[in-house]
Design a protein. Sequence first.
Length: 321
Amino acid sequence: MARVVAGARLHFGFQNLSLAHERLYGSLGVALDSPRVEVVADPAETVRCNHDDASAYARRAVELLGVSGADVTVERTLPRHVGLGSGTQLALAVLAAVARAHGRNPRVRERAPKLGRGGRSGVGVATFESGGFVLDSGHPTERFTADRPPRGEWSVPPVTASHEVPDDWRFVVVHPDAEPGRSGDDEDASMRSVVERADPSLADEIAAVVTRRVLPAVAEGDPETFGAALAEVGRLNGAWYADEQGGVYRPPVGELVAELSGTTAIAGAGQSSWGPAVYAVTTDERAPAAREAAHAALSAAGVGGEVVVAEPRNRGAEIDA
């Protein structure tokens, strides 16, 4: 039997979405220790799985690995399409579990595209591999096509910079009761629309924030600068997405971010991926006050929801066999 445990990830945005620059995408993100996905696999002669989404990944994993089959059980999953990387973490966890059950090397970075993962952002794959804070390099802009390339006809963007996140940092994750974020064909269509009309000047502003504030802050362990800089990256990304999601943030994220940004317990707040998950940067010492602020933000916005305080995860997925 093989067991794989992987944490969620936050996606803070892209460095560039304009065709006017040499490299496209280039994402920033961080691994969380919770919530988690947990998958168990045993060798089998056919594919059996207790989870609809995981079943497709299990069948594909068996095909890619050239093995007979697997009995796959998903014991824990991440919330779907809320901005925590549920699809990629589940796909890679299934692949790794099936591979280890048969004594094989999963080679997740190489095989992720064949599972339909890692096309634009490399954060999910990189955090599965090693955790921490990740900045990837994106793709050469000349490879952009109006139509989504066939599955597997891309490579996962390489990691440009990675850092361990200080152990005393915390990430408040707010899950408002709202419609799931975009995924699949809807997400592809929205991204194409954004890229084809993106303002290139925003990429220049983001590059300055990333190189002068985000990277030095995580390297030096400065949560105040890190949080404020991520919030700025999120606002600038939101300007690209405004027409697609109804504003700089999708409703009701804007109200939550505004409320969270006004408390001293939080260094910065923003939307993870397409949302509706909202993140806020804080520390272990200030986490109780930050949690209260998050509940107050939900009340002020007039929406229900859940609040989780997560530790950073500075290691990759646990793969035991």
